[in-house]
Design a protein around this ligand. Sequence first.
Ligand SMILES: Cc1ncc(COP(=O)(O)O)c(C=O)c1O
Length: 367
Amino acid sequence: MTVSTSQRIFNFSAGPAVLPLPALQEAQRDLVCYPDAGASVMEMSHRGKVIDGIIKQTEARLRRILGVPENYHVLFLQGGASLQFSMVPINFLGSGGADYLELGAWSKKAMAEARKVGQVQVPWSGKAEGFKRMPGDGDFKVSPEASYLHITSNETIEGIQFHRDPDSQGLPLVCDASSDFLCRPLDISRYAMIYAGAQKNVGPAGVTLVVMSDEFYSKTLPDEKRPTMLGYKVHVENKSLYNTAPVFAIYMVGLVLKWLEEEMGGVSGIYAHNQKKAALLYQAIDQSDGYYRGHAEVASRSLMNVTWRLSSEELEKKFIQEAQARGLDGLKGHRSVGGIRASIYNAFPYEGVESLVSFMEEFRRKN
Ligand SMILES: Cc1ncc(COP(=O)(O)O)c(C=O)c1O
């Protein structure tokens, strides 16, 4: 049985999210038997030649696309970004505590885990303002003794994003980039560590990408009682192959990166594409005479997750239902904030945004 691609909806899901069709099709073609390997990627040893080649190629592509310098480690881990919320403080949070910017729901979760390990300082919080914006560099002052400064570059639930690499004022900068990894070029040298669950912009769920400077890695706190798997050491020393790696998920990441590099012009190409998509959608919100009310302040608007409200929850429900009937799926805002959220990650097509915008105009006329 073959499934027609025409049955695919416009998938605005926040994650796991839409994947590039060429990546899915290549995986489909090679699913049962990877070329010249006699078996599926899912069926081969993570220590064999084929998988070794796939992992090395995937790492090399990521380094090329993102401009990751030689003195940075690239790891493929499991446990999602949520495990990084624990691993980061377990490995690095020292006697001076760590600084966390409280930017939205996900940074709050990261902070809660860090607090289980040690002291957390909060140089800036967007809570009182309802998490509508990211701070400017002049808005906060870090604690000089802190082990690192943690940020969430894109708050998936609220739909706010940093559009620059923030100044960490001398502290190692640790960034949860789960929902905007590879959406724009980054100056990697400004970061001590970037981590991202793959399932929004880079691949399927099951693998977490970690990019870490060797300098930061060398600051790992000694702790003989730390469970082996919770230390970065074992993963760095074994090049992510200490235990069975999530080979199929890594393979899919490789296919997504191939698409990004060869068809989309890398991160600068996809950045332009993302800006165009987001501009169209924000324009529809701005030109609705207040019918649609965007959550984020303009300067912090996310390119990845666009969030807005209508005048009542009833109307929002109707909007979501009717959109779904048109093949515009996954628009319900996160249960903690309500409203509408359109996640338009790298692989989300421009035509999907055009389709949503024309639905929004029609809905407004009729309701
Ligand atoms: C910004 C951000 N951080 C962390 C997470 C948690 O990721 P995971 O489910 O991979 O643990 C998410 C998931 O939605 C997220 O959007």
